[in-house]
Design a protein around this ligand. Structure first.
Ligand SMILES: CC(C)(COP(=O)(O)OP(=O)(O)OC[C@H]1O[C@@H](n2cnc3c(N)ncnc32)[C@H](O)[C@@H]1OP(=O)(O)O)[C@@H](O)C(=O)NCCC(=O)NCCS
Length: 326
């Protein structure tokens, strides 16, 4: 069995910044409310000409460069997204074409904010069993396209962004040490887009009723998120026979700074071991964890041998953790 790890990371953010003060002009909200309740100060918004796949290709090129690889070296491409270029075909197909990669196994994966970790776990299996050597995993969201800028409960939270990682075989002790992923549909309607799928195809009525936008019951999700993030984080550490104190870095999904704080406290981690960039980018769904990772790698925050725990929670609901040694 091969051991899989991350060989390179890269990210791409749209240029346009939407601050809390900009949102004050659009909905009945305030910089104070958003900052106190979420920790977010600003987020990015893609230009009309920018697509999910275009940003994916930019991020992927940077990740390949860091890994010292060419797109032709890739044996697989997994794009985690709930905001694809279009319903058909997959965004992964556009990434493969744009990168000039070979006709490899390339597909989209939908697990919302947990999607990057789900995709990483899938890629790991191909590498472990030597079915693939190098797999590109991208977490990509242009959620601004699904946001209702009349709904203050959701439009202040989410932002656009893309980040990629190239996975491949590594020499122990580096690599992915343990992963655990979950989905529980019991809370499916706590965070969803009611129309545009087979249960409610697009019609003039669905557009008039604003049913193509994200709807969320944030308060209920908050409690489930904190509980599930703590439990799954602890379990992957136990699986690897390690303790929270052994961690050099904890990267939680950036949904709300208060969720991050609650999980940090429950795990008994020192504040300096927990990374956060939510104030700058908001909740970028499946791009959230890889954006943090890329920032940490490029800034030197992550060093060879560091033990990193990444834990995510999102619509579905989905949640999971991955523990890796850099
Ligand atoms: C969404 C979230 C920030 C809301 O914070 P909260 O403290 O739970 O706030 P509530 O939803 O209870 O709303 C409290 C009040 O603020 C109001 N409010 C909501 N959004 C607001 C905004 N942007 N500006 C001002 N007031 C707002 C509500 O209308 C409510 O007013 P009321 O008391 O008069 O009814 C928070 O619940 C959250 O982050 N939830 C988890 C989200 C999540 O994990 N999503 C899935 C992962 S991707």
């Amino acid at each position: 069995m091969n051991h899989a790890g991350i060989l390179g990371t890269g990210s791409a953010l749209p240029e346009k910044v939407i601050t809390n003060f900009d949102l004050e002009k659009m909905v009945d909200t305030s910089d104070q409310w958003i900052t106190e309740r979420t920790g977010i100060k600003e987020r990015r918004q893609a230009a009309p000409t920018e697509t999910t796949s275009l940003l994916c290709i930019q991020a992927a090129r940077k990740a390949l460069e860091m890994a010292g690889l060419q797109s032709s070296d890739l044996d697989g491409i997994i794009c985690s997204t709930i905001s694809p270029d279009m319903p058909l075909p997959s965004t992964a197909a556009f990434i493969q074409r744009g990168l000039g990669a070979r006709s490899v196994l390339a597909f989209d994966l939908a697990a919302a904010c947990s999607g990057f970790l789900f995709a990483m776990t899938v890629a790991e299996q191909f590498i472990r069993t030597a079915k693939a050597r190098y797999v590109l995993v991208v977490g990509a969201e242009l959620l601004s396209r699904w946001l209702d800028y009349q709904d203050r409960a959701t439009c202040v939270l989410f932002g656009d962004g893309v980040a990629a990682a190239v996975l491949g075989p590594v020499t122990p002790p580096a690599g992915i040490l343990a992963t655990e992923m979950h989905t529980d549909g019991a809370f499916a309607e706590h965070l969803y887009i009611p129309a545009g799928g087979t249960s409610k195809p697009a019609s003039c009525e669905t557009v008039r009723a604003r049913e193509h936008y994200i709807k969320m019951r944030g308060n209920e999700l908050f409690k489930v998120a904190v509980r599930n993030l703590e439990e799954v984080s602890r379990r992957v550490l136990v699986e690897a026979q390690l303790k929270p104190n052994d961690l050099d870095l904890f990267i939680p999904h950036q949904a709300n700074q208060r969720i991050t704080e609650a999980v940090r406290e429950r795990l008994g981690l020192a504040p300096q071991k927990v990374f956060s960039n939510i104030h700058r980018v908001g909740n970028t769904s499946s791009a959230s964890i890889p954006l943090c990772l890329d920032e940490c790698v490029r800034s030197g925050r992550v060093k060879k041998g560091d033990l990193i725990l990444m834990s995510a929670f999102g619509a579905g609901v989905t949640w999971g953790s991955a523990l890796l040694r850099w």
